[in-house]
Write a protein that binds this ligand. Sequence first.
Ligand code: F0G
Length: 351
Amino acid sequence: THQWRGIIEEYRDRLPVSDTTPVVTLREGGTPLVPAQVLSERTGCEVHLKVEGANPTGSFKDRGMTVAISKAKEAGAKAVICASTGNTSASAAAYAVRAGMVSAVLVPQGKIALGKMGQALVHGAKILQVDGNFDDCLTLARALSENYPVALVNSVNPARIEGQKTASFEIVDMLGDAPDIHILPVGNAGNITAYWKGYKEYAADGVATRTPRMWGFQASGSAPIVRGEVVKDPSTIATAIRIGNPASWKYALAARDESGGVIDEVTDREILRAYRLLAAQEGVFVEPASAASVAGLLKAAEQGKVDPGQKIVCTVTGNGLKDPDWAVAGAPQPVTVPVDAATAAERLGLA
Ligand code: F0G
């Protein structure tokens, strides 16, 4: 009978809702903060993983979407629209169902993971594949929301940021204070903006005694913030963060500079190495983009930039089941055996 109620009810006094706001929720948030044993050993730090793939649609987007869709419903919207590399569209589609609204999603053609496409389809979203990248999709979504009766639920909608900041609250509530360093993957830069806002609010109200340094990592082929210029044709295997012109660019810089943090890049090879380490050594299966945070931690540690003894939280943003191709690729095919215990034992190396 004591179930987590979703982020709006759990953090109502810190969110832009009133008694008359219809709460559209799938009981998102309340995700595990998992001690990472191998990463802690490697870095000499106390490393935790905030496992956002445990949200109802499998990513952190649900935190923002419960607020964005509740506010859209309160305002009388009948339809919502978003541009997406996949997770936002899956989340928008699911929450629109709960709200009795129509969802429209714009995705870059051929560049979203199959699991995410399946989610948008099964939740009944109207999907357009755009002949362009995520940045083009967002331009189109903004234009449509300005000219037609449809509410934009990308992270340029402030309600999204408000919802996503609750992840910082949960971390401080669990650890008793803010960590020394918080590490995130960066794509459109909404999430690093939201986490920083959450940490600042808790510190301002004395719930936490301090704020962490914010470390963000982009994929090398899609690293406009690191380069200081728009990337026209972004590329990376981490399709969720294949973004060349982040909407929250200036807020990401503010999070970096105000917190004394960094925004750096990791290569696809480093992302995949972290992806495999998380699954094979920590027992946490994430999608490739999510592993950028951990790849960044390992890179910084190898460069001697991580002093031992610190408390570090890495957000892993999405579930591995979203994009299982990378789990299967390069792995040995399982062998087939007859229904025979002796043969099975031998093949399993038990005999
Ligand atoms: N990790 C995952 C799994 C994501 O889906 C995203 C963004 C990010 C990290 C980066 O977060 O954009 O706030 O910096 N996905 C968006 C989408 C763009 O459409 O699903 P960000």
